[in-house]
Design a protein. Structure first.
Length: 186
């Protein structure tokens, strides 16, 4: 059985500081602009005095059955056998103007495109370069609140209060996103 790597997000700890976003863009040399391999979603509900605010880091969830992989007409998207990480070969990608099917297929808006003309798809690769050096992804290491963790899903499942859904995220049985949560308390 293949080891599947994924993410654990503790929504109680995330303060929306965007350190993960800045560290990721810096580490992967993603220029300023719309492309960001990780984002932080702000969730606000209720009215005063009964308010609810939560933050949710969003990225590629390296699905068990990635919809993006199935729709790519040139095979630019692959799922690694050794760890289940979904990668993209930007040299093969046809670009947003000529294709963009991966973005349409992804329920989690993981495929990202820069501002350049006919931008090629880019997305989180769970820092495969860092795993090769036995280091965790830069988003995990940059989080001052320890809200993020990554690794084999079987290890992440050992954490307390594990959930497959949380505020702002709905689990898809057909895709099987490799993410677990400690859901925000109300």
């Amino acid at each position: 059985m293949m080891t599947q790597y994924g993410l654990h997000i503790d929504q109680n700890r995330c303060t929306g500081c965007f350190a993960c976003v800045v560290a990721c863009k810096d580490w992967h040399n993603v220029p300023a602009g719309p492309a960001s391999w990780i984002n932080v979603k702000v969730i606000e509900k209720g009215t005063y005095p009964d308010l609810f605010v939560a933050f949710l880091p969003t990225t590629c969830y390296h699905c068990k059955s990635p919809a993006c992989l199935d729709v790519c007409p040139v095979g630019a998207i692959a799922k690694r056998d050794e760890d289940g990480i979904v990668t993209v070969d930007r040299e093969l990608c046809l670009g947003k103007t000529d294709c963009g099917q991966c973005l349409e297929a992804c329920s989690y808006s993981a495929p990202q495109f820069g501002e350049e003309e006919d931008a090629k798809m880019q997305k989180c690769d769970l820092c495969i370069d860092r795993w090769a050096e036995s280091k965790k992804p830069v988003c995990v290491m940059s989080c001052p609140m320890y809200a993020l963790d990554a690794g084999p899903l079987e290890d992440l499942r050992k954490k307390e209060q594990i959930a497959r859904e949380t505020e702002g995220f709905t689990y898809s049985e057909s895709l099987g996103p490799s993410v677990l949560f400690k859901a925000k308390r109300r």
